[in-house]
Design a protein around this ligand. Structure first.
Ligand SMILES: Cc1ncc(C[n+]2csc(CCOP(=O)(O)OP(=O)(O)O)c2C)c(N)n1
Ligand SMILES: [Mg+2]
Length: 1007
C-alpha cells in the first residue's frame, strides 16, 4: 500500500530548505531512517520515515523549500522491515571482559538502617516534663522492634511522622543523626584480614611516606611535601587496598580510585613495598626534571603509567568523580561496556568540602542513583591554617548535606576502644557529651593528651568522670577515632559496597598528623610540617614499632622487609586477589578509524548564496558523522542547556537525550520533529546549567580510553565565554589527564555575539586555551576550514591516539562560504594559508591577516584598499595564531641553540619571506592573540583587536567601537604605511575623515 511521507511539525519554522536528500527511488528503508535534511536559518534536522517500505515516488530535491505537510515521498510499505545496509553498531569493539575477581565475602545485603536494637530518644526541647511517658514511648518502639521487626517499626514511625506533619507539628530537624557511628557495633562485618600483619604493613608505609618527605627536604627545603595528611588517612587507604579495590586486568575493568592529592606520599610508600617503585625513585620525590622522579601530587601527565586522576586542585576530584560514575552508567546503558559492578572511590579532605565544586554536584549523584560511587571524606577536623569548623562539627554538617541530597551516609566517628564506654552509657549522657563538644575542642584534645581529655571531655559531668575512673590517662589517650580503626573502616566499606540505589559517603573522623606527637599531631601547624628532627623521627618510629635502629632512623632509612617476609607476601597476595596493583594507568582501547574524506566533501564546496554560521556548519558536520558507522556510536555531544542556542535540537529526537530512567512523561512537544526525547540509551548528555558538570562529563568521556578501555569522541559545546575562563582549572586538569576530544567555544568573538553584552562577549578564550600545552586551538572562518580541522582532530586524537585536545571556536554570524582554495589543507592545519592575493597595481603591498568572522572584514578592507587607494594585499586566513606561535617559539629556540648552524625557518617566516609590506593582523580577540606571531614575521607588525569590555549593540557598531571593521582596517593600514614611509600621510588622514573616525575617542579598554 502506498503511503505519503510528509513534513511533520517542525516547530516555529515555515518554508525551510531541503539541504540533503538521503534516499533514492527504489530504496528499501526502515522506519526512522532519515529521508531528507531540512535546514532553517539556525538549525538543521533530519526527517525520519514514519514507516518502512520502498521509495516509489520522490517529490522533492535539494534546494526546495518545504513546510509542515509538504509531500516528500511515497513509500510502498507492504514490504516489512529490512536489515539495515549500513548499520551503526551499538558497540563495535566492546573490550572483552571476563569474570570479575573475587568478590568480597561476608553477609550480603547488610542494610545499616535495619536491625537497630536501641532507639535513642532525643527530646527536641530540653523540657522533658514527663520522663515516664517518654520512656513508655521508647519501650513501645523497642517492643515493636523486638516482636515485629525493624521494618514494621519503621513503618509505624513513618505513619506517626506523616500524621504529625498533617497535624501541623514542628518536628525535630532530622538532617543529622547522633554523633556516633552509623553502623551499630553488633552489625559490623568483621574484616577477614590478619590484623597483626596489616598493622605492620601500615606502619612501614607510614614510615616510608614520612621518610621520603623528610629526605627530600634535606636535599632542599624548596621541595616541600606533606606528612600530616597521609598520616591521618593511612588506615582509610590501607583497608581499601587490602580488601576492596579491584584492579584493572584482562578480566575486569577495575575500580577507579581518586586519591586525595597531597596524600600521594602514602601511595608511593605502598608502591615501594609492592616493589613497583625503588628506593632511588623515592629519593627523587618532587625532583622530576631529570627522568625518574616522583610527582608531588597525582599527575598522569608526569607519571602516565601510574596516576589516573589529577585531584590536587581541591574540589575538582569530587565533581569529576561524580560525572565519572555517571559516565560509566551512560556507557553501560548505551551497551558500550558491560556492567561489572565497578566502583568509583573518591578521597576528599574535610577542608576540601569548602570548595563549591566538591558538594555542588552531590544532588546529581543521588538523582542519577549512582550506587557505583563511594566518597570517603577524611575528617581530621583541620585544613591548612586551622580547624575546618572549630565552632561546629564538620561531620554533622556534611551528614546533613549528603542526607539531604539523598546519599547513603555512613559515619565512622569512634574506634573500637569506645565501644565498651558507649555500651555502658545507659543514660545517653556520653552521647550527649559527644554531641555537644565542638571540633575545636576535639582537635585540642588530641593535641594535649589523656589527662586533658579526662578533665575537659569526661570531666564536665560527674557520671562521665566516673565512667572512666578506672582508666589511666594513657588508656584515655588510646580511645581512638573511627578512621584509625581498621575494623570500623572495614565495616563501613563493606556496607558501602553492598549498598544499592544511591551513592554512599563514608565520613570518617581522624587525627591530622596521627602519630607525629609534638612535631605535629592535631596541631594547627600540622599541614605544613615537612621536616622532622631526630627526636621526632625516633618518636614516630616508636609509636608505630618500625624495626629500625636509632642509627637507621638518624639516617632516615626506608624500611622494607625481605621479599619472603610474611608482610610482603601478605601485601602482594592481597593485591593478587584483587586483580593487580592500584593505581596503574593503561589503555586497551582500539582506535577509531577517521571517517572517509567524502563525509566532509560537501563542506569543501562553496555554499553559493546560502548563508550560514560556522556553528551550523559544525552541527551539520556532526549530523553527517552520525552516519559514519565507526564514529557514530562513539560521539558524545555534551551541551549545558544551550542546544537550541546552537541549533542542535535536532539531536534530541535523532539520538536521544541520556536519561537513566528513560522518559516517564509524554513531552509537551511530542508531535514535533525535534521533540525532547529522553531515553535510557540516549547519546546526548544534556547537562543542564552547569559548566563544571559538563566539563567533568567531557573529561570522563575524553579519558574513557584509559579508564574504560573504549575510545570516545566527546564534543562539548558551550558559550565560549563560559568556557576556559569559567572552567579553566578543569581544562588544565584535562590536559594533565591527557583528555582527547573537542571543546567547541560557540557564539565566539567579542563583536560577533552582538547583543549579549559584557559578560557574554568573548575576546580572549583563545589566549586562555593557548596556555594549555596539549590544547590545539583554531579560530576558523569558513566551512571548509572547520571541516579540515575537525577531520584532522578525529584522525590525530582518535585514530592516531595523540594525547591532545582541540578547542575550536564557532560563530553565530551567517554568511556565505567560498570553496576551499586548492592546496589549502596544510596551511589550515598549520595555522595560516594564503586566501587571496590582490595584484592590481602592484606598487604597495601589505600582508593582511585575519581570523574568525573578522577575516571577512579584512577581505572587505582589502578590496577597498585595492580599488580606492592602490594598495594591494596578500590576504591570509590565520586559522590558529596559537599554533603558529608554538612553531615559531620552537624554531627560534633551535636557532639559538645552534648559533653556527643553518638557520631554520618558522612556518610564518616561510609564508612571508618572499612577500612584501608590513603585516596588519586583525581578529575578534584581544591584540595579544595575533601579537603572538609578531617576532616570526620579521616585518613591521600592526595588530587590531578587541581589547576592552564588550557591550551590547549591533555587530556593525561593535566592530566600529573596537576598531576592527573594514573602515578602521583601511584607515589604520594607510596610517601604518605612512609610518613605514611607504606612502604619504594624506591618504590615511583622508580615510580617517571619510569614515568619521573620532580621534578623540578613548582607547576601548578605558571605556
Ligand atoms: C583549589 C585549591 N586551593 C588551595 C589548595 C592548597 N591546599 C592544599 S592542601 C590544603 C588544605 C587541605 O585541607 P583538607 O582538605 O582538610 O585536607 P587534609 O590535609 O586535612 O586531609 C590547601 C588549602 C589546593 N591544593 N587547591
Ligand atoms: Mg582536613
Amino acid at each position: 500500500m502506498a503511503q505519503n511521507i510528509t513534513v511533520p511539525d517542525i516547530g516555529d519554522f515555515d518554508s525551510v530548505e531541503i539541504i540533503e536528500v538521503l534516499v533514492k527511488m527504489g530504496d528499501q528503508i526502515n522506519k526512522d531512517d532519515p529521508i531528507v535534511t531540512l535546514e532553517s536559518d539556525k538549525s538543521s534536522v533530519e526527517v525520519p520515515s514514519p514507516v518502512s517500505g520502498k521509495v516509489i515516488e520522490l517529490n522533492i530535491k535539494v534546494g526546495d523549500k518545504v513546510s509542515k505537510g509538504s509531500l516528500l515521498a511515497k513509500l510502498d510499505n507492504d514490504s516489512h522491515t529490512i536489515k539495515n545496509k549500513n548499520p551503526i553498531p551499538k558497540n563495535n569493539s566492546l573490550p572483552e571482559i571476563k569474570a570479575k575477581p573475587t568478590e568480597e565475602k561476608g553477609s550480603a545485603n547488610i542494610n545499616t538502617t535495619k536491625n537497630i536494637k536501641t532507639i535513642f530518644a532525643q527530646s527536641p526541647s530540653k523540657d522533658d516534663f514527663d520522663p515516664v511517658e517518654t520512656q513508655e514511648w521508647i519501650e513501645s518502639l523497642n517492643a515493636v522492634i523486638e516482636n515485629d521487626g525493624p521494618s514494621r517499626a519503621s513503618y509505624l514511625l513513618n505513619k506517626v511522622i506523616s500524621k504529625a506533619y498533617t497535624a501541623g507539628l514542628v518536628l525535630p530537624d532530622t538532617r543529622t543523626t547522633p554523633y556516633i557511628n552509623t553502623i551499630p557495633t553488633e552489625l559490623e562485618i568483621k574484616s577477614p584480614g590478619d590484623q597483626n600483619i596489616e598493622k605492620k604493613i601500615r606502619a612501614y608505609i607510614r614510615w616510608n611516606a614520612a621518610a621520603m618527605v623528610v629526605r627530600a627536604n634535606k636535599i632542599s627545603s624548596e621541595l616541600g611535601g606533606h606528612i600530616g595528611t597521609f598520616a591521618s588517612a593511612a588506615t582509610l587507604y590501607d583497608v581499601g587496598m587490602n580488601h576492596f579495590w579491584r584492579a584493572k586486568n584482562k578480566d575486569f575493568g577495575g575500580d577507579l580510585i581518586y586519591f586525595q592529592g597531597h596524600s600521594a606520599p602514602g601511595m608511593y610508600a605502598r608502591a615501594f613495598l609492592e616493589g613497583r617503585l625503588n628506593e632511588k625513585q623515592l629519593n627523587k620525590f618532587r625532583q622530576e626534571v631529570d627522568a625518574g622522579g616522583l610527582s608531588s601530587y597525582p599527575h598522569p601527565w608526569l607519571m602516565p603509567k601510574f596516576w589516573q586522576f589529577p585531584t590536587v586542585s581541591m574540589g575538582l576530584g569530587p565533581i569529576m568523580a561524580i560525572y565519572q560514575a555517571r559516565f560509566l552508567k551512560y556507557l553501560i546503558n548505551r551497551g558500550l561496556v558491560k556492567d561489572e559492578g565497578r566502583k568509583i572511590w573518591v578521597f576528599i579532605g574535610d577542608g576540601e568540602t569548602d570548595e563549591p565544586e566538591s558538594l555542588g554536584a552531590i544532588s546529581l549523584a543521588a538523582r542519577e542513583k549512582l550506587d557505583n560511587l563511594i566518597f570517603v571524606i577524611n575528617c581530621n577536623l583541620q585544613r591548612l591554617d586551622g580547624p575546618v569548623r572549630g565552632n561546629g562539627k564538620i561531620i554533622q554538617e556534611l551528614e546533613g548535606s549528603f542526607r539531604g541530597a539523598g546519599w547513603n551516609v555512613l559515619k565512622v566517628i569512634w574506634g573500637s576502644y569506645w565501644d565498651p564506654l558507649l555500651k555502658a552509657d545507659k543514660s545517653g549522657l556520653l552521647m550527649k557529651r559527644m554531641n555537644e563538644c565542638v571540633d575545636g575542642e576535639y582537635q585540642a584534645m588530641k593535641a594535649k593528651g589523656g589527662a586533658y581529655v579526662r578533665e575537659k571531655f569526661f570531666g564536665k559531668y560527674p557520671e562521665l568522670k566516673e565512667l572512666v575512673s578506672s582508666m589511666t590517662d594513657n588508656d584515655i589517650w588510646k580511645l581512638n577515632r573511627g578512621g584509625h580503626d581498621p575494623h570500623k573502616v572495614y565495616a563501613a566499606y563493606h556496607a558501602a559496597m553492598q549498598h544499592r540505589g544511591s551513592p554512599t559517603v563514608v565520613i570518617a573522623k581522624t587525627v591530622k598528623g596521627y602519630g607525629m606527637g609534638k612535631s605535629g599531631e592535631s596541631m594547627n601547624t600540622t599541614h605544613q610540617q615537612k621536616k622532622l628532627d631526630e627526636q621526632d623521627l625516633l618518636y614516630y618510629r616508636d609509636r608505630f614499632n618500625v624495626p629500625l635502629t636509632d642509627e637507621q632512623v638518624k639516617n632516615i632509612e626506608y624500611y622494607k622487609p625481605a621479599e619472603d617476609s610474611e608482610e610482603i607476601k601478605y601485601l602482594k597476595e592481597r593485591r593478587k586477589q584483587l586483580g593487580g596493583f592500584i593505581p596503574e594507568r593503561s589503555s586497551l582501547a582500539k582506535p577509531i578509524k577517521a571517517p572517509p574524506k567524502d563525509i566532509f566533501e560537501s563542506f569543501m564546496k562553496s555554499t553559493g548564496e546560502k548563508e550560514m554560521s560556522t556553528t551550523m556548519v559544525l552541527v551539520r558536520m556532526m549530523t553527517s558523522l552520525l552516519r559514519d558507522p565507526n564514529v557514530a556510536p562513539r560521539l558524545v555531544p555534551i551541551i549545558p542547556d544551550e542546544a537550541r542556542t546552537f541549533g542542535m535540537e535536532g539531536f534530541f529526537r535523532k539520538i536521544g537525550i541520556y536519561a537513566h530512567e528513560g522518559q516517564k512523561y509524554e513531552p509537551e512537544d511530542s508531535e514535533q520533529l525535534s521533540s525532547y526525547k529522553e531515553t535510557k540509551s540516549g547519546q546526548v548528555l544534556e547537562e543542564g546549567i552547569t559548566e563544571a558538570g559538563a566539563m567533568s562529563s567531557w573529561i570522563a568521556a575524553a579519558t574513557a580510553y584509559t579508564n574504560h578501555d573504549i575510545e570516545m569522541i566527546p564534543v562539548y559545546i558551550f558559550y565560549s565565554m563560559f568556557g576556559f575562563q569559567r572552567v579553566g582549572d578543569f581544562a588544565w586538569a584535562a590536559g594533565d589527564a591527557q583528555a582527547r576530544g573537542f571543546l567547541i567555544g560557540a557564539t565566539a568573538g567579542r563583536t560577533t555575539l552582538a547583543g549579549e553584552g559584557l559578560q557574554h562577549q568573548d575576546g580572549h578564550s583563545h589566549i586562555l586555551a593557548s596556555m594549555i600545552p596539549n590544547c590545539i586551538s583554531y579560530d576558523p572562518t569558513f566551512s571548509y576550514e572547520m571541516a579540515v580541522i575537525f577531520r584532522e582532530g578525529l584522525r590525530r586524537m582518535h585514530e592516531k591516539n595523540e594525547n591532545i585536545f582541540y578547542y575550536i571556536t564557532a560563530m553565530n554570524e551567517n554568511y556565505s562560504h567560498p570553496e576551499k582554495p586548492e592546496g589549502a589543507d596544510e596551511g589550515i592545519l598549520k595555522g595560516m594559508y594564503l586566501f587571496k592575493e590582490y595584484k592590481n597595481k602592484g606598487k604597495i603591498k601589505i600582508q593582511l591577516m585575519g581570523s574568525g568572522t573578522i577575516l571577512r572584514e579584512a577581505i572587505a578592507a582589502a578590496k577597498i584598499l585595492s580599488e580606492e587607494y592602490g594598495v594591494d594585499s596578500d590576504i591570509w586566513s590565520v586559522t590558529s595564531f596559537n599554533e603558529l606561535r608554538k612553531d615559531g617559539m620552537e624554531v627560534e629556540r633551535k636557532n639559538l641553540l645552534y648559533p653556527n648552524g643553518e638557520k631554520r625557518k618558522s612556518y610564518v617566516q616561510n609564508c612571508l619571506e618572499k612577500r612584501d609590506g608590513p603585516v596588519i593582523a586583525v581578529t575578534d580577540y584581544v591584540r595579544s592573540f595575533s601579537d603572538q606571531i609578531r617576532p616570526y614575521t620579521e616585518k613591521p607588525f600592526y595588530s587590531l583587536g578587541t581589547d576592552g569590555f564588550g557591550r551590547s549593540d549591533t555587530r556593525k557598531n561593535l566592530r566600529k567601537f573596537f576598531e576592527v571593521d573594514k573602515e578602521h582596517i583601511v584607515a589604520y593600514t594607510l596610517s601604518a604605511l605612512a609610518k613605514e614611509q611607504l606612502i604619504g600621510a594624506e591618504s590615511a588622514e583622508k580615510a580617517i575623515k571619510k569614515y568619521n573616525i573620532d580621534k578623540n575617542k578613548a582607547f576601548p579598554t578605558k571605556l
